[in-house]
Design a protein around this ligand. Structure first.
Ligand code: HEC
Ligand code: HEC
Ligand code: HEC
Length: 478
């Protein structure tokens, strides 16, 4: 196993030391909005911003050609081509068609699966939809179908059934009337455009948003979107508004949090393009949503107990760092938790967790994923790796093939104590195994919908039989 990650990290360092610097520079202010140009009308440019704020690209891709798979318990649903192609895209849409698709989930000739967040877009303002429509007409048409097409098993392939789902689950949110104008803007961004709740609010048995647990954290396959209510013990109550803005802007918060996986995507495609006003509005609104305390408590970071950064003189000297790592490994049993960390992780994240500053790997000191009571996200990061979307360096590989569950548990415990600052951590090999299957568990109704639908059809046939029999009998009567 060793040569693989050594090679990876060497390759990575060579490739990225210059690129990383360029990237840091570009993230220090709101990223320039692609597709915005003075040649376009103001309406079109506003539409480009709305598309960013509503994160259409996360699923329809940066060129709107579609094809990203949305994993759902029913199977993968693929985003479609929404370029102005008449044949494969939405070139025949009127503005009103777009409005219906966004607010009601109705395309001109079919119902749209709620993998497209229309329950959130339901509250989108007229002027934003007009701007979006004007803008979408200016993007280059792509006359191709995405490679993959949605093909869900029975009964989910009957799109008209979505009608009943919509009756129960639309709209996803009500607006509050006790907010100031800034918070109102934040509410609109969080609930309607950015649809943060599609990941951070758990779903009920019908896969609709469970608003009694609004923004209090939800499982997303192998990831967990944490509690972002202002609760102090399990949410982000200790974050200042500025912290929230920094995180949404850069995907990182020093010694506190890191946006990997799905949140990395949200930052990369959307939040880093938002204006300071809009990010501030989101932060201000998140401070006034009801605080919800969950089981998944988070230990406050105790900076004093965290390892200090490596000495400044070797910070920019990669060979010296390599020596430093070799020294650290000397005399450490390579099968001990520390030895495993040094052998498997330290070539990228550094002996002290501050990463190779020049290579720009994620510093992992103090991260919230290490301080949570529930270690599942951390376990899955180690097992499956991370593909951060803002990351222009090589990704973090997964180690589920190379390491045993015992070894993953040992590393998890080691980093939680050393870099998370926890007193103890007692993750076992069995915890590792169960964390790795969490993502495949399905909510009751979805799992059994096949059975329920068959029962439903049997009941319907029986009713039909009795009706027909009754009709025939009444005819026979003289
Ligand atoms: C979380 C992923 C996601 C996001 C974000 C998203 N979409 Fe979609 N969208 C989908 C999926 C998946 C489908 C296809 C659903 C289906 O097959 O029923 C879809 C379908 C559509 C359709 C229907 C196309 C047709 O078949 O006629 C339109 C229009 C559309 N999206 C526009 C948008 C716009 C505009 C945005 C941004 C405001 C957006 N979408 C954001 C996932 C997404
Ligand atoms: C596609 C799913 C998705 C969307 C959309 C999304 N998030 Fe997240 N979010 C996540 C995941 C997953 C994490 C955990 C990241 C990690 O551990 O690397 C996260 C982490 C966070 C954190 C850090 C919490 C902590 O304790 O470390 C904050 C704050 C946050 N999200 C806010 C938001 C806001 C605000 C929005 C809307 C603008 C949003 N998220 C949209 C999935 C999402
Ligand atoms: C080949 C280099 C490499 C190796 C080896 C590596 N990582 Fe990473 N790690 C990364 C990169 C790059 C990121 C940032 C991911 C991104 O943004 O794409 C990261 C991110 C992380 C994160 C933050 C993820 C989050 O969203 O909270 C943690 C925690 C982490 N690594 C722990 C580890 C541990 C523990 C090991 C050893 C088992 C390890 N890494 C091995 C490169 C590596």
């Amino acid at each position: 196993m060793k040569p693989l990650y050594l090679m990876l990290s060497m390759f990575a360092i060579g490739l990225t030391s210059t690129a990383a610097l360029a990237e840091t520079a570009s993230l220090s202010e709101a990223a320039a909005l692609p597709n915005v140009s003075p040649a376009n009308s103001e309406l079109v440019n506003r539409g480009a911003y709305v598309a960013r704020a509503a994160d259409c690209m996360a699923c329809h891709r940066e060129d709107y050609s579609g094809g990203v798979a949305i994993e759902t318990p029913m199977g993968d649903i693929y985003a479609t081509n929404i370029t102005p192609s008449k044949r494969y895209g939405i070139g025949n849409y009127t503005e009103n068609d777009l409005k219906k698709a966004l607010r009601k989930g109705r395309a001109p000739d079919h119902m749209i699966y709620p993998a497209m967040p229309y329950p959130s877009y339901h509250g989108m303002k007229d002027e934003d939809i007009s701007a979006l429509f004007a803008y979408l007409q200016t993007v280059p048409a792509i006359d191709e179908e995405p490679e993959n097409k949605t093909d869900l098993p029975f009964p989910f392939n009957i799109r008209s059934l979505i009608f009943f789902w919509n009756i129960i689950n639309l709209p996803a949110y009500e607006t509050r009337d006790d907010l100031n104008p800034v918070q109102q803007r934040g509410e609109y961004l969080v609930n309607n455009l950015e649809h943060c709740g599609t990941c951070h609010t758990p779903r009920d048995s019908t896969m609709g948003a469970d608003n009694s647990k609004y923004l209090s954290g939800a499982q997303l396959g192998n990831w967990y979107a944490p509690n972002i209510t202002p609760d102090k013990s399990s949410g982000i109550g200790s974050w200042s508004e500025n912290d929230i803005v920094t995180y949404l802007h850069t995907g990182e918060l020093d010694q506190r949090a890191y946006a990997g996986g799905p949140m990395g995507e949200a930052v990369a495609h959307s939040t880093r393009y938002l204006t300071d006003e809009d990010l501030g509005a989101i932060a201000s609104y998140l401070k006034v949503v009801p605080a919800i305390e969950t089981q998944d408590t988070i230990t406050e970071v105790d900076t004093a107990s965290l390892p200090a950064p490596i000495n400044a003189s070797i910070t920019h000297d990669l060979l010296a760092q390599d020596d430093y790592l070799t020294q650290a490994k000397a005399g450490v049993d390579s099968n001990s938790p520390e030895g495993l960390y040094l052998n498997v992780c330290a070539s990228c994240h550094g002996v002290n967790g501050y990463a190779q500053p020049d290579a720009g790997y994620a510093p992992i000191v103090g991260l919230s994923s290490m301080r949570r009571k529930n270690p599942d996200t951390l376990i899955n990061v180690i097992a499956h790796g991370v593909k951060g979307a803002t990351n222009i360096r090589p990704n973090m590989p997964g180690f589920s093939e190379e390491l045993s569950s015992e070894q993953i548990a040992a590393i998890t415990n080691y980093v939680r104590v050393k870099f998370g600052g926890l007193q103890t951590s007692e993750v076992s090999a069995a915890d590792v195994d169960s964390a790795m299957v969490v993502g495949s568990q399905k909510p009751f109704l979805i799992k059994y919908a096949g059975v329920l639908a068959i029962i439903g059809i049997l009941v319907a046939l029986m009713v039909l039989y009795f009706i027909i029999r009754a009709v025939l009998r009444s005819r026979r009567r003289p």
